[in-house]
Write a protein that binds this ligand. Structure first.
Ligand SMILES: [Zn+2]
Length: 469
């Protein structure tokens, strides 16, 4: 197994990846709050999670991965009251849309997607443990975390916590705290008709930070290998997760490796609705952009660099994908292929090694796609001069299958020959005309003729469809 190095935001350096169990690598990623369409910046973070997953799989690991769904929160409550629907009715629509969008971007399904609303008992357990450690206080029906009593606070974000007292406001909730730095664990209801749980800490609902600590505990019962999220979650969200879990379980390890994905800029500016540079995935698809190009664009920039997104850059990605696809299509034409065939020691070995080395080096996807273009240049020149044997072609095919384990966008269907297609279509038309004039003998002859060409006809209500055997 290749040595894998990943950048740890906690120690600020690349570290050799050593999961507790290589056959069940425990990864937790902060997921969406489900109240509207996710924007393209959110998808950068989800694609990053997918790149991490697919890379580790290519490198030989098996995964046990989780992304939480925040399905209770201020905006969710306000919107569901406004629309006169229950929180569940409101969020189920957005959860469905979220998963549809993931599928559109070929983001692989994870093993677990826990919902905050299903994890309240685990949150209560966590508050109990924090109470035992003298880390909470109750005020006006809400429960708060007392940061002054957790000495390690600030280790992940390296912030000056003494400076925080007089510093800028960093929590936007409207609750009263003893100390500006403290954060809410359990919120008492504030609005008429607001959803709440009846608990030993009173009526209320979870604070956002509490959810993630509780869900990690719920899914894994102990610590995890990797925790991921967008860089904007590093502080205070992830710092608060550490305060909660390490505060509640001071003798257990929590997270081995913290990984954060950088911001996405649009035309070199922060994305915002007022600047008119705010895009959801669906906005872009409605404008005619191919989701494959959007996926490629988001994955081909290294996750620790700021990605400058523009409509022009999607066009460039479209071109880049078709370069790879065109070469693959030429390879597919060269052989009666078997997608399950593997040829580990062929012509592509050295190039695939370069590709793997790049992703094993802190998921360097920009370098990894670079190795693909280097190789397809050579493949194309070999194809041009008919210098490839059948074994070479089979080896190349296995190369494309492997790199598609990361890219997820290549098409392995054999391309259709247009001239042949028109010949088939004219035969089908002739057969239809024969059926109309009740010349069934001729219709059957044409069907047999097509069958010999490897074409199957299917009569349907919308006309005759055909496919290759
Ligand atoms: Zn989280």
């Amino acid at each position: 197994m290749l040595e894998v190095k990943l950048f740890n935001s906690y120690t600020n350096r690349k570290e050799v990846f050593k999961p507790e169990d290589p056959n069940a690598v425990k990864i937790y990623s902060c997921g969406p709050t489900v109240y509207n369409f996710n924007h393209i910046g959110n998808f950068r973070s989800y694609i990053f999670t997918d790149v991490l997953r697919r890379s580790l799989k290519l490198l030989g690991y098996k995964l046990d991965q989780t992304m939480n769904i925040t399905d209770i929160e201020d905006k969710i409550i306000a919107e569901s009251i406004k629309q006169k629907v229950t929180v569940e009715e409101f969020t189920s629509k957005w959860i469905k849309i979220f998963f549809e969008d993931l599928e559109t971007l070929k983001i692989e399904k994870l093993e677990h997607y826990p919902k905050a609303t299903d994890s309240v008992p685990e949150m209560m357990d966590l508050i109990d443990k924090l109470k035992e450690q003298n880390l909470i206080y109750e005020k006006e029906g809400s429960v708060y975390y007392s940061i002054a009593n957790f000495k390690q606070y600030g280790k992940l974000s390296k912030i000056d916590i003494d400076g925080m007292k007089s510093g800028t406001r960093y929590e936007t909730d409207e609750y009263t705290k003893d100390d500006l730095r403290d954060f809410v664990l359990w919120k008492s209801p504030k609005l008429e008709g607001e959803k709440f749980w009846e608990t030993k800490y009173g009526k209320g609902r979870p604070g956002w930070h509490l959810e993630c600590s509780a869900m990690i505990r719920k899914i894994y019962s102990s610590g995890i290998d990797i925790h991921t999220g967008g860089i904007d979650l590093l502080f205070p969200h992830h710092e608060n997760e550490i305060a909660q879990t390490c505060g509640a379980y001071p003798h257990e390890h929590f997270v081995n490796l913290w990984m954060h994905c950088e911001h996405l800029l649009v035309d070199n500016q922060k994305m915002s609705k007022s600047l008119g540079n705010y895009y959801t995935l669906r906005d872009l698809i409605a404008k005619g952009y191919d989701p494959k190009a959007i996926r490629y664009l988001l994955l081909s920039a290294h996750y620790r660099t700021k990605l400058n997104f523009s409509l022009k850059s999607i066009d460039e990605s479209t071109k880049a994908i078709s370069k790879i696809q065109n070469t693959l299509t030429r390879v597919l034409e060269g052989v009666n292929f078997d997608l399950t065939q593997k040829n580990e020691n062929g012509y592509s070995e050295a190039y695939y090694k370069d590709f793997l080395d790049a992703i094993a080096d802190d998921l360097n996807t920009s370098k990894a796609v670079g190795t693909i273009f280097e190789f397809i240049k050579i493949i194309n020149s070999k194809l041009d001069s008919n210098a490839l044997s059948k074994d070479d072609i089979a080896d190349l095919l296995s190369y494309f299958i492997k790199i598609n384990g990361l890219l997820g966008i290549l098409d392995f269907e054999k391309s259709k020959d247009d001239s042949l297609d028109s010949e088939i279509q004219s035969l089908i038309d002739k057969r239809q005309a024969a059926k109309k004039t009740k010349d069934f003998a001729l219709a059957d002859l044409i069907r047999n003729d097509l069958s010999e060409k490897g074409i199957i006809l299917e009569d349907s209500t919308t006309g005759v469809k055909w496919k290759r055997k």
